[in-house]
Write a protein that binds this ligand. Structure first.
Ligand SMILES: C[S@@+](CC[C@H](N)C(=O)[O-])C[C@H]1O[C@@H](n2cnc3c(N)ncnc32)[C@H](O)[C@@H]1O
Length: 467
């Protein structure tokens, strides 16, 4: 085992075993690393003083994101090729579970390589940790692509569609490709074949204008993604109208709340706490954070009706400060709920302190909580719910997402059906989902455009499932 400088590590996409890097996992890992947790060593391959990642792409990204200088690694000799081969086996038996697409990517990568493609299905299956028929199926899919080739006639090179080039290029694209330089670039042609048909010609137009194939693919992919996002937002806008009891507002709650005095029966607030870990959770100074906290609290409580309940989330290490802010605006907590959670990202080992397992939720209010007749666990101020992680049942869409069942418990404690709830810090819109389920009205406010869109999507999807 050795300490390797992050600066020497090659973050090459080809050694990244997954279809997509899961940024939420990177963030989970970065937070845990920042708290001093120890992760298993990553596997690196060294060649000419450079290190290629064979296993541990998410951990290396997290360390880089955190600004760590070094990472603990097992180092083996070999360069990028050895790392790519190792990455095809990465996470087969441990670490972040692979999706089916991740497995396909590993197998396809081996089968696309002239040397590794000679391995038998059984050998590839064993290396990639998949079944032997799974490899056979991928081999059959890849065959046409492997049959296609670039052929030279006189001075020109043509894309010879012997195997229908991955069955991916449209006829027009095929013709256009033969007229541009992309035909020299086998990898770019393969990438183009994998793109939706409507994106192929725009890429080829840009190549014909002199753009490099990679740059052209990037430009068109970005434009296409943005257009799709616009379409999705427009579609969601229509769907939103049908989720009639839930309103999600894209605004700064500090500006929105003063116009909504005395409208709500209950407040559920899960605000930023200046941890400095996420961009929405950073303040210039402790003073700026204190002013923000007191401002949102004062404004949020003035949105409540005369008879109200309020639940305020707070990391336990900030509980003393937050209780002080609450008291300073005349709110004296009636209960301090301890929400205990058990889900800890894989590989976390805490050595210098006890692993934190709970968070505080302050309860303030001036009327009876809505208990049913039974005297059961729901009446106690210690509650246990699993925090959403990428591996848990709640679909995870936000770094600070709270468990749906926990929010439902608060909604039921604080309101009767048809009453309304304000959540000024919507995040992944968990409060909206809970309220849809429990027939409460809710108004959620979110400042960040992306979280707003994610929340809209989650509400619209959930609302459709309920129909
Ligand atoms: C702790 S998260 C909420 C997570 C949420 N409870 C869930 O389960 O997904 C806080 C959210 O408040 C948003 N936020 C921060 N400041 C805000 C403001 N002034 N107005 C509205 N939203 C804000 C952040 O962008 C972030 O998404």
């Amino acid at each position: 085992m050795a300490q390797i400088s992050i600066a020497l590590i090659q973050f090459d996409k080809e050694t990244q075993p997954r279809v997509q890097l899961d940024m939420l996992v990177v963030e989970d890992y970065a937070i845990a690393m920042g708290q001093g947790d120890i992760f298993p060593p990553v596997l690196l391959f060294e060649e000419d003083g450079k290190y290629w990642i064979g296993d541990g792409f998410h951990r290396c990204q997290a360390a880089r994101k955190l600004g760590l200088a070094e990472i603990t690694a097992d180092v083996e000799p070999g360069g990028k090729r050895a790392a790519v081969l190792a990455s095809c086996a990465a996470n087969a038996v441990h670490g972040l579970r692979r999706t089916n697409k991740d497995k396909q990517r590993a197998v396809k990568r081996m089968l696309a390589d002239p040397e590794w493609a000679q391995w038998s299905d059984t050998e590839v299956a064993k290396h990639c940790g998949v079944s032997h028929p799974f490899v056979g199926k991928q081999r059959a899919i890849l065959k046409p692509l492997q049959d296609s080739r670039l052929v030279k006639r006189g001075d020109s090179t043509y894309l010879m569609n012997t195997g229908n080039i991955g069955e991916g290029l449209s006829e027009e694209a095929l013709e256009a490709a033969a007229r541009t330089d992309i035909r020299q670039d086998r990898r770019a042609v393969e990438r183009l074949s994998a793109m939706p048909a409507e994106m192929q010609l725009p890429v080829l137009d840009l190549v014909a204008e002199g753009k490099r194939p990679d740059a052209a693919i990037k430009i068109v992919t970005t434009e296409y993604r943005d257009a799709k996002r616009e379409e999705r937002l427009a579609a969601l806008g229509e769907l939103k109208a049908t989720a009639k009891d839930i309103t999600l507002i894209w605004a700064d709650c500090l500006e929105w709340m003063p116009d909504h005095q005395g409208e709500f029966d209950c407040l559920i607030a899960d605000p930023p706490y200046n941890t400095g870990r996420m961009k929405w959770d950073m303040f210039e100074s402790a003073k700026a954070f204190r002013l923000f906290s007191r401002e949102w609290m004062a404004k949020a409580f003035s949105c409540l009706k005369e008879q109200y309940q309020a639940f305020i989330f707070c990391p336990t290490e900030w509980a003393a400060d937050v209780e002080w802010y609450l008291r300073s605006i005349g709110q004296h907590p009636k209960s301090r709920i301890a929400w205990t959670y058990r889900s800890i990202p894989l590989g976390r080992v805490v050595t210098d302190r006890l692993a934190r397992m709970h968070q505080t939720i302050f309860h303030c209010g001036n009327k009876a909580l809505c208990f049913d007749e039974s005297w059961d666990d729901r009446r106690f101020d210690v509650q246990s719910y699993e925090a959403p992680l990428t591996t848990s049942n709640d679909e995870r869409v936000h770094q600070a997402q709270k468990p749906l069942d926990l929010i439902k418990w608060l909604v039921e404690l604080g309101t009767q059906p048809e009453q309304n709830i304000l959540d000024p810090f919507s995040g992944g819109a968990t409060t909206g989902i809970a309220c849809l389920d429990l027939r409460r009205q809710a108004t959620l406010v979110e400042k960040d455009e992306d979280f707003f869109a994610i929340g809209q999507g989650r509400i619209a999807e959930y609302e459709q499932q309920l129909r």
